[in-house]
Ligand binder design. Sequence first.
Ligand code: TTP
Length: 198
Amino acid sequence: MATEFPVVLASGSPRRRELLGNLGVAFEVVVSGEAEDSAESDPARLAGELADLKARAVAAQRPDAVVVAADTVVAQGALLLAKPESTEENVAFLRELSGRTHQVYTGVSVISPAGRWSGVERTDVTFRPLTDAEMSYYAATGEGLDKAGGYGLQGVGMALVQRLDGDSSNVIGFPLALVIRLLRGAGVAVFGEMESRE
Ligand SMILES: Cc1cn([C@H]2C[C@H](O)[C@@H](COP(=O)(O)OP(=O)(O)OP(=O)(O)O)O2)c(=O)[nH]c1=O
């Protein structure tokens, strides 16, 4: 039986709205506005914890709903790259990523009146060795400024990437295979059905 509860996406991200919309799930958007904070330094645990904080904040406002939240963390070795605050910082991020492999983790948390489902997806992304001119050009597009790691795989940033191991939707901030599994766990019908026919 599919759940009767309405679905709420706890995210201001247009990418997450588009990707959830693609799953044939009707949903509302509620953004808590609370700043998430954590002292966790392990990137996978941090992504899971921040997704959970976002989901909990909105679930407190909407206890009637299935609340879905996600958080993306980009890690180059021990360095965590958040959203660059300027074009200069974006160039510095690209210099860190150039010619190397980094990890993108997205935590997803689903909270409903019936329980909680969560997971973290990892994708390894390898950048081409970038020239100074390429880094300056890309940073000047502004595309990376609202994105963890300072690039967007779905845009011009695709040209920076040499190789990707894992789910590409995870890099864009909404790992679809994981999201589908968690939503079905919570009783939400995806693509109009509860069970995968694979
Ligand atoms: C690496 C990468 C990140 N991103 C985005 C995904 C996320 O939206 C963002 C990471 O920041 P998040 O803190 O995960 O999310 P957000 O603040 O944008 O949205 P909300 O908390 O309201 O859900 O970076 C891309 O769109 N493309 C990419 O290639």
